[in-house]
Write a protein that binds this ligand. Sequence first.
Ligand code: ADP
Length: 256
Amino acid sequence: MADPPSVRFTSISKSFGEIKVLQDVSFDVAAGEKLALIGPSGSGKTTILRLLMTLETPTSGTIEVNGELLGLRRVGGKLVPDRPAHIREVRRQIGMVFQQFNLFPHMTVMANIIEAPVQVLGMERTEAEAQAMQLLQAVGLAEKASSFPRQLSGGQQQRVAIARALALRPRIMLFDEITSALDPELIGEVLNVVRQLARDTGMTMLIVTHEMNFARDVADRVMFMADGRIVETGSPEQIFTDPQNERTRQFLRAVL
Ligand code: ADP
């Protein structure tokens, strides 16, 4: 049998009170695939990532991660809430980097990175430190291990946040507008780290971004969203040079 998709949304709807944020959203992300989510502000992109992190729960529909239901389990043909321990297990396959770096300000870079592997995975401290050094090298910050976040630029802090998410060895990485809080001259260094990860690792990636050139060169597939729905999905080439939907064309005219 073929591998299950890394991520599968089936008829997902999400409302906050009267506001319908996602409406009947269904899509798959294949194992190892890099999917860019683009679209106007408020179209529901971040909500998709937050649902995957179990920071929100769907109003209806199901989400599967590597073939396992997220947050739900089947009992005699019915879907019921899953056990918290199993939810954590499924969810642990996913790492996320946010717009705000969210590093622990009172901890060194090293301490920030080893915190979760030691506390959550029960990794030996020396092993966690060795892994952290490799990750810091990969994001070009090996010399900053004993610095505190406030001593780093925004771009450096965001690269540490990427290393910290990778330290839990996720199979799926979510990036939520990770350059939006950065000064323009710091954006490139962060995007380059993600480009390199996309090229060199088999991780599945869902990338919400307003950087269209980045979406174009990092993604295998681009999904354009508006008003809580998927308007169209295609290769970067197709979406950026030959969009099929007028809504997509409008958006791209405004941002490119
Ligand atoms: P995007 O990432 O495309 O900008 P979001 O997923 O962040 O869109 O938000 C989609 C819509 O959902 C927005 O209108 C936003 O205001 C609304 N929204 C998101 N989170 C909440 C919440 N916790 N309560 C109420 N409304 C929310």
